[in-house]
Design a protein around this ligand. Structure first.
Ligand SMILES: Nc1ncnc2c1ncn2[C@@H]1O[C@H](COP(=O)(O)OP(=O)(O)OP(=O)(O)O)[C@@H](O)[C@H]1O
Ligand SMILES: [Mg+2]
Ligand SMILES: [Mg+2]
Length: 521
């Protein structure tokens, strides 16, 4: 559950005024203190409707236009569980390697505030849908400098709250968000630096987007984080933790952790008394945390089973069916493609960034290179996609789609470059023409009509000229000529390239190939 921080509650933390300038986050700082971090993450479920009502989800609609009777707590309105929310939660929990509980239940968590019309939130306090998982992060992945395995204590389904805001003397409440389905994911205290916490959140965002269970967009507020932070001497028992509520960007999360770390260390260095266990907020302007309330003040939520909702029974056969539907995760796609085609990580990362919400980039690349067994062709394809196509689109401020250059056409360009029938400059002209074309304009799916349209066909030349150009090419690259003579026909492209260079693009590469092969028989 997340609640808005009371206005003006910002008591600045004096000891950590300079905490934010530092950007490199150590696991154990050289002062011998270790930072311990556990996260509670609220991720909105990407469903069509709200968790218990027919109202549609909305982000930008005018206030109070997407509200079901149940979300507004009309007397007599009953909850009807959205089964798609259950499905998406199970898929997420499976990727997090959790055990899915075959019987989970819904409970009421009571409190009085403007953002909760029923005065209780429906959550899964006693029997969450999933428990005991983990998310592993390798060194170098998402900014982590160590291999870590972050335990997942539980994943539970619950309702989001309304938005409430003080404007002058009025308290304004917008129920559009009320009742939206959330997954609360609670980690073990397994992270040891702000860097690792950031890596965990980024990997989780990639996971949610690939599974399709959430947008993971912190700026829009559909992923919100509470960070629990403590410090201790390595090997000694954990000390008091403080919880910083409602962090809505990875940067703020990392700033809050750094600030708390310094504050705790300063406390233990100057005092022998235990630190107060507090719930804290984060001032986004100063990067400082401030006290909201002592944990001892925590309300008694009077948790009790929701009498309107029966237990959620999930047959293991359904879980197993969903397991077979799991898509390949972005990090799995990355290592599979890198190993299969010996690709450079930087270009691969750019390609896979196209896949954030829908699998498009990896599939496109695989369509282009399917069956191209010759080493180097996959790398050449990736370079054409990343540097020429995406680079060109970026400069024009356009976005990519697999339709910009149909995969079949890209494949012909790659093959043409390889056998010398397409010159480097022709390839660049074609790609820059297609990237500048209006996105909805149809494109040819094969090369020939484009070459005619763009007047890129080879000009007619006399066979005597061609013969001379070929002889010059053979003299210019004798090693390639010798290799072709020895039967290594794959090298002939190198010679055709040379013919194109000496003829200043006038030669017909197909005819040049025939002449070269004849001369080198
Ligand atoms: N010593 C510690 N240092 C940092 N984090 C810790 C420590 N011990 C536990 N945690 C983390 O604190 C979180 C505890 O969350 P949990 O929801 O169980 O309890 P809570 O914060 O008391 O309850 P709630 O916030 O739901 O009212 C977990 O993410 C856990 O990893
Ligand atoms: Mg909690
Ligand atoms: Mg908590």
């Amino acid at each position: 559950m997340s609640r808005l921080a009371p206005q003006g509650a910002g008591r600045l933390c004096k000891v950590c005024r300079h905490a934010i300038a530092r950007r490199s986050y150590a696991t154990t700082s050289n002062d011998g203190w270790e930072t311990v971090i556990g996260l509670e993450i609220h991720a909105q479920l990407r469903t069509r409707r709200k968790l218990f009502s027919e109202a549609k989800l909305s982000y930008d609609a005018p206030a109070n236009t997407h509200v079901g009777l149940f979300d507004a707590a009309f007397p007599g309105a009953l909850p009807v569980l959205d089964l798609n929310a259950v499905r998406l939660s199970i898929l997420t929990a499976l990727v997090l390697q959790c055990n899915i509980n075959s019987r989970s239940t819904f409970d009421r968590k009571h409190y009085f505030y403007h953002d909760i019309p029923a005065a209780y939130q429906i959550t899964q306090h006693y029997n969450p849908i999933a428990r005991s998982g983990k998310l592993q992060i390798s060194a170098g992945e998402y900014g982590s400098s160590r291999d870590i395995s972050v335990g997942i204590q539980q994943l539970q389904i619950e309702q989001d709250t309304a938005k409430s805001q003080q404007v002058g003397g009025d308290r304004l409440v917008d129920l559009n968000r009320a009742g939206t389905g959330l997954m609360e994911i609670v980690t073990d205290p397994d992270m040891r630096s702000a860097e690792e916490a950031g890596a965990f959140v980024r990997k989780l965002q990639a996971l949610l987007r690939r599974v399709g269970s959430g947008d993971g967009d912190m700026e829009k507020g559909n992923l919100r984080i509470d960070a629990n932070v403590s410090v201790n001497r390595p090997g000694e028992p954990f000390r008091t933790r403080c919880e910083i509520k409602n962090l809505n960007s990875v940067r703020f999360l990392q700033q809050a952790i750094e600030c708390e770390r310094k504050r705790h260390i300063a406390h233990y260095t100057s005092s022998s008394s235990p630190l107060e266990r507090e719930t804290r907020g984060m001032n986004e302007l100063t990067g400082q945390t401030y006290s909201l309330r002592l944990k001892e003040d925590a309300e008694d939520y009077r948790y009790m089973p929701d009498t309107n909702l029966p237990a959620l029974v999930i047959p293991p056969s359904y879980t197993e069916k969903l397991r077979t539907e799991l898509p390949e995760m972005p990090w799995q796609t990355s290592s599979r493609l890198r190993e299969k085609y010996s690709l450079a990580q930087k270009e691969l990362d750019t390609l896979l960034a196209l896949d954030e919400f829908t699998a498009g980039g990896a599939q496109y690349f695989e369509d282009v290179v399917q069956g191209l067994d010759k080493p180097g062709l996959a790398r050449r394809s990736l370079n054409l996609i990343v540097h020429d196509t995406l680079g060109g689109l970026n400069r024009l401020g356009r976005s990519w789609s697999p339709l910009v250059i149909p995969a079949q056409l890209m494949r012909e360009i790659v093959l043409g470059l390889d056998d010398g029938t397409v010159s480097g400059s022709t390839a660049k002209t074609i790609i820059s023409h297609l990237t500048s074309l209006h996105p909805h304009k149809p494109r040819p799916t094969t090369l020939e009509p484009l070459l005619i349209q763009l007047n890129l066909q080879s000009k007619p030349t006399s066979s005597a000229d061609l013969e001379i150009w070929c002889q010059r090419a053979i003299q210019a690259v004798p090693t390639a000529a010798a290799a072709v003579k020895d039967g290594k026909l794959s090298v002939v492209g190198r010679l055709i390239g040379e013919v194109m260079a000496v003829s200043q693009g006038r030669a017909d590469p197909k005819k040049a190939r025939q002449v070269l092969l004849r001369l080198l028989k």
